[in-house]
Design a protein around this ligand. Structure first.
Ligand SMILES: Nc1nc2c(ncn2[C@@H]2O[C@H](COP(=O)(O)OP(=O)(O)OP(=O)(O)O)[C@@H](O)[C@H]2O)c(=O)[nH]1
Ligand code: SF4
Ligand SMILES: [Mg+2]
Length: 398
């Protein structure tokens, strides 16, 4: 990834679904003008989901996710369909490619997508070789309630209409527009307390810090960076107390103790909990920590499978703090990557990582699953704030 690239987690995720051989891969290739996915007349060509990031004018940065046909059969086919199903958790918009007029499968997928409030664009592929189009459109409308766009990937027809439909269906909550929300006004002084053990390759900062600095500069704020050990010294160098201090969550307590009373305090992890998820659900969820007891069962969910940046927080620090409070018998289970239990009922609390590698929709779909199961959900940053006893003292962006 070059420094100029939009990270995948911040792109509009577009999933393409349909039966095998319906023309899904051809549609992506035609929309992107690239040979991204293998196309053949052999049904079942696309097996694992194929992701492709690109700029789609005028929408901006998107990622297309090509999937295996949802009518795939056999043991392997069932596994592929499961993978296609998992994609639903992370997409912002779906394209449903229709093929024949048996809509049994399409109906199932359409209702699942609609239940998750994902906008669906219907497309009829291979329009160049079809007869009786009027009849097809009529029954599609009647049975599925959608008017498919006629597309010929082969001839490049109908593609502008698909792009237009995508443009007009981008959900408003796809991206929180502002990281800092209402916490700063234009031109204010802001102090950022960065981690001392910077968890990024030499010469780089991690994305949340870069994004925050960029937004502050766009908002014409005077932005000063320091580290926890230099915090008081840096305050002394400033001509006035900062309007806002954003700190690394590891030194919350120290910064809270040393900050001027008039400076508001928040943390990078709180900002990103709001940017990437549902901050109010997370704050509510963190309150459930007080209701745990020795026989409770806590699920820790990490988005990364390998060497996550926050390994020590989710795997060591939080479990240690919870066990110290509730006893060594407290049960803590950990899942990583795309593994997220279907049945959340055994858990009393879910603590999710910051989800920086996930897109917003993916985190929100986990929040929705937890809410549906009646299990409180929170995240690392909010948990750290709660366990340090300062959850009520920090500012939460609206
Ligand atoms: N005539 C015509 N043929 C098309 C069009 N789009 C796709 N095809 C053909 O339909 C066949 C299937 O296309 P794919 O794009 O591989 O379909 P798919 O849905 O990705 O198939 P799986 O990956 O197997 O699920 C290929 O032989 C394509 O050449 C089109 O617009 N017109
Ligand atoms: S917050 Fe989650 S997604 Fe981000 S690095 Fe840590 S484990 Fe990975
Ligand atoms: Mg394919």
């Amino acid at each position: 990834m070059s420094l100029n690239d939009t990270p995948r987690a911040n792109r509009l995720h577009i999933g393409i679904f349909g039966k095998r051989n319906s023309g899904k891969s051809s549609l992506i290739n035609a929309l992107t003008g690239q040979e991204i996915s293998l196309v053949s007349d052999h049904p079942g060509t696309t097996t694992d989901p194929v992701l492709k990031s690109m700029e789609l004018h005028p929408i901006g940065p998107v990622v297309f996710i090509d999937t295996a046909g949802f009518d795939d059969e056999g043991e392997l086919g069932t596994l592929r369909v499961k993978k296609t199903q998992e994609i639903i958790a992370k997409i912002d918009v779906a394209i449903l490619v229709l093929d024949d007029d048996d809509f049994t499968e399409e109906k199932k997928w359409l209702s699942e997508l609609q239940e998750k409030e994902i906008p669906v664009i219907g497309v009829l592929g291979k329009a160049d070789e079809r007869e009786n189009l009027g009849h097809f459109l009529e029954i599609a409308e009647k049975e599925l309630g959608i008017a498919p766009i006629l597309v010929s990937a082969l001839r490049g027809e109908g593609l502008p209409l698909v792009k237009k439909a995508l443009e007009s269906t981008v959900p408003e909550d796809f991206q929180r527009q502002k990281i800092l929300g209402d916490l700063v006004d234009e031109g204010e002084l802001v102090l950022l307390v960065m981690p001392q053990d910077i968890q990024a390759p030499k010469g780089r900062l991690i994305l949340p810090q870069v994004q925050t600095i960029r937004e502050l500069l766009d908002n014409r704020c005077t932005t000063v960076c320091t580290t926890a050990d230099r915090f008081s010294h840096s305050l002394g160098l400033l001509g006035q107390p900062p309007a806002l201090i954003v700190t690394d969550s590891q030194c919350f307590r120290q910064v809270y103790g040393e900050k001027p009373a008039e400076s508001q305090l928040t943390s990078f992890s709180v900002l990103f909990a709001a940017y990437k998820g549902d901050i109010h659900a997370f704050v509510e969820g963190a309150r459930a920590i007080d209701g745990l007891n020795a026989s409770s069962h806590v699920l820790i969910a990490e988005a990364c499978t390998h060497a996550p940046l926050e390994e020590d927080i989710g795997r060591v620090k939080i479990p240690r703090m919870l066990k110290k409070r509730y006893g060594q018998e407290l049960r803590i289970s950990l899942v990583a990557g795309n593994d997220f239990p279907q049945d959340l009922s055994p858990y009393d609390l879910i603590i999710h990582c910051g989800g920086c590698m996930f897109n917003r929709r993916h985190v929100l779909s986990r929040v929705a699953a937890a809410e549906a199961a009646g299990v409180p959900i929170t995240n690392y940053g909010i948990t750290m704030a709660k366990l340090s006893g300062i959850l009520d003292d920090i500012r939460i962006p609206e």
